[in-house]
Design a protein around this ligand. Structure first.
Ligand code: CDP
Ligand code: MG
Length: 744
């Protein structure tokens, strides 16, 4: 648990230096009822002797430890890493004094659990220690898994720099659709999903001398499955070393799982972090976060700020608010450097968050959950935590999976707060009430394996020859009904036969680095003669980042440009239009700029497309093409996504075909104006309602053709492909008003 630091008098003295606060800005700041800071702002002009009184207003301040104050003032100055050489920085990390004892423990034990605070140097240093100790001498690799793509890339690039090597040579990374390694690579960072894929090619991981399962506390689906697979490999490969590294207190659990493997604890450096709560819940946490940043910037001493948001859209929204307000304040405030970090941010921009803040300026990092434990940003003194994260949730009963913004757990909240206490005492501003923290938040985050669709993992385990999935060695088992549903789904997709064994189709699906539905769609495209087209839209759907952008000041132009791509049969074909037109310009960036399309996303789509196309030979599919045959394309989509069928109901609403759940058309869909009767959606996004994102028009009859084992005649009776009457009046209003701002 966190220690609550004392509010020091020095802080108040320091605050007084900032008399730049504008009157209206104070008003504006006051509107956010943050405990502590708000009081301080109010009382700012009062006499010094009253200062001690003001601090008693915060619940947590009451037991102040006076003697800490002096010390606190000293350590408040963040250590200046910028003057240290990179090797000095390495030696300054908490793990460094334990280098030799750690190596000795690894030598003496096959499996070792390593526990240490975020920022101790586990991820960047341990693979280097192993390399230096000769674990790579016979050409073998040290593999280190990361739950997140961004972390794998950024850590690899940092380590390459520390070792003075070019990224992709001795040190490399491998993430889905992007392999930055070579035959020279000895230290390989990769996503946990990629290591799982390597099992398919090399089930005993012969190329590795050590595997580090890093950030194990994150408990992602792939990490959890890797535990079972690696435990097994370790049994028949006594020369393989296995390290499980974790930032939190789950070590005992990992140790139990790995037959009482010893735990190596790296003592952390952690300074007290003072926690503030809001008095009442914040309706708009993005706005509140921006306000808090400015409040900190104006009233608090220097030190960088880390804000946790749920995704790219929120980060961009917050960045926009901040940029506007900072501009309005002009030269009255110090320099504020606002930097985003999220999975789809290009790597050269990701690297910026690690650059030292110029003297006199303040850095604000707007981050997704990635900064909770995967990435350590030096110099953070203030954390702003709105208390939310985006998660995948799968409802086995309805068979629906969607991306949801959910409250984080207390464990997460404490991790986030901890980010403020790395360089000195820090402050964490929680944009929720203390009551909510104590009563509404769960103790721990539910491991992914217990809340997501398991189709992909079941397919991979089946192709590894693991027949009995119920009795697989899980750290925490998935719910039986989710497993059964995944098997049923794979059966319906023809990946498994009625005995639950992998079919030839299933084997091919497992070869493709996409989920089973997309895999099936691609294979079906072979049957319908539209492989080129379906690969294009598969790539466009796999990009993750936004395809279109919509600058506020050019919103109308951007909307018009987007509408020009609209295809009457739906968003998939609209995306295909965008790609094909772009390809027609020889992949021009200027063209993207002119039509408000994100060049970066398009480049990535091209990359993914090339890779998928390169795999077609392996799965014995010819690269057929027929761009004009919208029906064939949509039938192929339906063959993969027949689980995602919805039928028009009433009032602008749809019901899913099998379970009758209410879903809505996403406001960004090109089908919004003219709602068709039957649709297939790519995914669901939950905000106030379930929204279907990326939707395509189908004919109900096709379901009997492409998924006869799943749909019965009477379920697709209403099988006219005629369009619905245009949505007008109330229904239309209903459709457009709700989603003021859907999550994505
Ligand atoms: O894995 P763990 O949280 O224990 O620490 P780490 O990620 O190895 O980070 C150790 C140090 O390397 C921290 O001080 C980071 O700020 C620094 N680092 C960096 O400067 N650039 C990166 N891309 C990653 C880490
Ligand atoms: Mg780490």
């Amino acid at each position: 648990s966190l220690s609550f630091g004392a509010r020091d008098k020095a802080q108040h003295r320091h605050d007084k230096e900032y008399n730049l606060v504008l009157e209206d800005e104070i008003e504006f700041i006051k509107s956010l009822p943050l405990k502590g800071t708000r009081k301080k702002t109010k009382k700012k002009k009062k006499k010094k002797e009253e200062d001690s009184e003001s601090s008693s207003s915060s619940d947590d301040d009451e037991e102040e430890e006076e003697e800490e104050e002096e010390e606190e003032e000293d350590v408040m100055k963040a250590p200046d890493n910028s003057k240290m050489s990179i090797q000095e920085v390495r030696r300054s990390l908490p793990v460094f004094p334990f280098r030799d004892s750690l190596l000795a423990a690894i030598r003496d034990h096959q499996v070792l659990i390593v526990e240490g605070e975020t920022g101790s140097g586990k991820t960047t240093q341990i693979p280097q220690y192993l390399y230096e100790a000769g674990y790579c001498d016979d050409g073998k690799k040290v593999g280190c898994t990361q739950p997140r793509r961004v972390a794998a890339m950024s850590v690899a690039s940092r380590v390459a720099q520390e070792m003075g090597k070019k990224l992709g040579n001795e040190v490399g990374y491998s993430i889905r659709f992007e392999d930055c390694t070579s035959e020279r690579t000895r230290i390989k960072y990769m996503t946990d999903g990629m290591l799982m894929r390597e099992f398919l090619v090399d089930p005993s991981l012969e190329g590795y001398s050590v595997i580090i399962v890093d950030e194990a506390h994150e408990r992602t689906l792939h990490t959890d499955i890797l535990f079972g697979l690696l435990k097994d490999v370790a049994r028949f490969r006594p020369d393989l070393k296995l390290l499980v590294s974790s930032a939190t207190l789950d070590s005992e659990k990992f140790s139990d799982f790995f037959d009482e493997a010893p735990v190596f604890r790296i003592p952390g450096r952690r300074y007290p972090v003072h926690i503030y709560y809001t008095r009442s819940p914040e309706a708009n946490y993005i706005e509140a976060a921006a306000v808090t940043v400015l409040q900190i910037h104006i009233t608090q001493r220097l030190g960088d700020v880390l804000v946790f948001l749920t995704g790219q859209e929120e980060i961009e929204a917050c960045q926009e608010i901040l940029t506007e307000r900072v501009k309005a304040l002009g030269s009255k405030i110090r320099e504020l450097i606002v930097l985003p970090i999220y999975a789809n941010l290009p790597s050269e921009m990701q690297a910026k968050i690690f650059e030292a803040t110029p003297p006199g300026a303040r850095k604000v990092v707007l981050a997704t959950n990635i900064a909770e434990t995967s990435l350590t940003i030096d110099g953070i003194v203030y954390v702003i935590d709105p208390g939310y994260a985006k998660q995948n949730y799968f409802n086995a009963r309805s068979g629906m999976e969607s991306l949801v913004v959910v409250p984080i757990s207390r464990a997460s909240a404490n991790q986030r707060a901890g980010r403020a206490g790395r360089v000195g005492p820090g402050k964490c501003f929680r944009l929720y009430t203390k009551w909510a923290f104590e009563n509404e938040m769960e103790e721990n985050t539910v491991p992914e394996i217990q809340r997501v669709n398991l189709g992909n993992v079941v397919l991979q385990l089946k192709s590894l020859g693991i027949g009995d999935l119920i009795n697989f060695d899980y750290l925490d088992p998935p719910p039986a009904e989710t497993l059964i549903l995944a098997m049923e789904q794979l059966y319906a997709l023809k990946a498994l036969n009625h005995k639950g064994e992998l079919t030839l189709t299933g084997r091919k699906m497992a070869e493709l680095p996409v989920d089973p539905m997309m895999g099936r769609m691609i294979l079906a495209a072979g049957e319908f003669g539209v492989v080129e087209e379906v690969l294009t839209l598969a790539a466009m759907l796999s990009v993750n980042g936004a395809i279109f952008y919509r600058p506020k000041d050019k919103a109308i132009h951007a909307d018009t440009a987007r509408k020009n791509f609209f295809h009457p049969d739906g968003d998939h074909l609209t995306l295909m239009n965008v790609y094909n037109e772009w390809a027609g310009t020889e992949y021009s960036s200027q063209w993207c700029y002119e039509v408000f399309v994100q060049y970066r996303s398009m480049k990535r789509a091209r990359d993914i497309r090339d890779q998928l196309a390169g795999l077609m030979e392996r799965v014995e599919i010819q690269l057929s093409t027929n761009p004009a045959d919208s029906m064939a394309i949509r039938k192929a989509i339906t063959a993969g996504y027949f689980y995602h069928v919805a039928r028009f109901s009433k009032g602008g609403m749809y019901k899913t075909a099998k379970k009758g759940q209410t879903v809505m058309m996403h406001p960004q869909s090109c089908l919004c104006e003219d709602l068709p009767r039957w649709v297939v959606y790519h995914e669901l996004v939950l905000t106030t309602k379930e929204y279907m994102r990326n939707v395509v028009v189908i004919d109900g009859k096709w379901l009997l053709e492409v998924a006869p084992h799943y749909y019965r005649d009477n379920e697709v009776q209403d099988n006219t492909s005629k369009k619905m009457p245009k949505v007008k009046g109330k229904a239309k209003e209903e459709l457009t008003k709700e989603y003021a701002d859907p999550v994505s």
